[in-house]
Design a protein around this ligand. Structure first.
Ligand SMILES: Nc1ncnc2c1ncn2[C@@H]1O[C@H](COP(=O)(O)OP(=O)(O)OP(=O)(O)O)[C@@H](O)[C@H]1O
Ligand SMILES: [Mg+2]
Length: 296
């Protein structure tokens, strides 16, 4: 997996400090700190209503924070410099049905002030696998194609930061994989990504870091492999399977040796660790249960 570039003299692609957002009496964000470094792919997870889209909209200048600040490549969110440094794909977007893929791209080049012309449009449509569909109207595209076109328009003007609000929610498994591969390629080009999603497997597979928010607060953050914890060692003997709780990888040889010394035959041994789903449900489980009216 590509590693994030952490250069001391380069401002973070996205820096969010003490962000508070109140919608009337409702507080959607309670003081959120978050950073996306250059070239880093960060997954933003959380239950419905946690504040993910609010945070993303503040980052791209569509919503004003009540307190705190957000900067994109060192510029205040919403400023012209910040906007030219970022690309955004909204949670619910709809391009005009009559426009072709190429026309959608042209429109966004005009909006972004890009002077890269046909070469940029061709490059980005090829990047998302739509090179053969440049003349196709949006209304004749599948959801997956529209989603990929959405990512292509967000990349117009060579942004340093891509803000994607649930870019795979409407896609089938093959479409999700295509977008995942696309994100890896985007990151390879040096673009930082804040990926807002409910798909934990997606985060586990492509993200350098994950930030979990709930009720407008960051409840967990870290690298996916750092967040998962050991859950014991499972051994299979003639007597069946059992789990030695609290044991880790380093204990496995001793456990096997002791079983063999005791005359048991060992058919299998597996080191168990919690999944990102366990980590997520530990962090927000009660919220999920409250929202669904049952146990998480
Ligand atoms: N324009 C608005 N006016 C009033 N309340 C809002 C507005 N936008 C969002 N909210 C509220 O703020 C909270 C956070 O909403 P937000 O859309 O940021 O959540 P989310 O994490 O993106 O959820 P989802 O996973 O469902 O997309 C919710 O309680 C929502 O009802
Ligand atoms: Mg949302």
């Amino acid at each position: 997996m590509p590693t994030a570039r952490r250069l001391a003299d380069v401002p973070a692609a996205l820096q969010v400090e003490g962000l508070v957002k109140r919608y009337g009496a409702h507080t959607a964000l309670h003081g959120v700190d978050l950073q996306v470094d250059s070239g880093e792919l960060v997954g933003l997870l959380g239950p419905n209503g946690a504040g993910k889209s609010t945070l993303t909209k503040i980052a791209c200048g569509l919503v004003r924070p009540t307190q705190g600040r957000a900067t994109v490549a060192g510029h205040a969110a919403g400023s012209t410099q910040a906007r030219t440094s970022q690309g955004y794909l909204a949670e619910l977007f709809r391009f005009p049905g009559w426009a072709t893929a190429d026309e959608v791209m042209l429109l966004h080049q005009r909006l972004a002030g890009s002077t890269q012309g046909a070469a940029e449009r061709a490059d980005l449509l090829a990047l998302v696998g739509l090179d053969d569909a440049r003349g196709r109207r949006v209304e004749a595209m599948s959801k997956g194609m529209q989603q990929r076109l959405g990512i292509a328009q967000a990349l117009v003007g060579e942004p340093r930061l891509l803000l994607l609000d649930e870019p795979t929610s409407a896609l089938d498994p093959a479409g999700r994989r295509t977008v995942r591969d696309l994100l890896v390629e985007v990151q390879r080009r040096g673009v930082a990504v804040l990926l807002n999603t409910h798909l934990l497997s997606e985060v586990e597979l492509v993200c350098d870091r994950v930030v979990i928010i709930d009720h407008g607060r960051v409840v967990t953050a870290g690298r996916p492999d750092e967040l998962v914890r050991p859950r014991g060692v499972e051994v299979e003997t003639a007597g069946g399977r059992r789990i030695v709780a609290g044991a880790g990888r380093a204990d496995a040889p001793r456990i096997v040796a002791e079983l063999v010394a005791a005359g048991e035959q060992v058919y299998g041994v597996q080191v168990l660790s919690s999944t990102l789903e366990d980590v997520y449900l530990d962090a927000v489980g009660d919220s999920e249960a409250v929202r669904t009216g049952g146990a998480a």
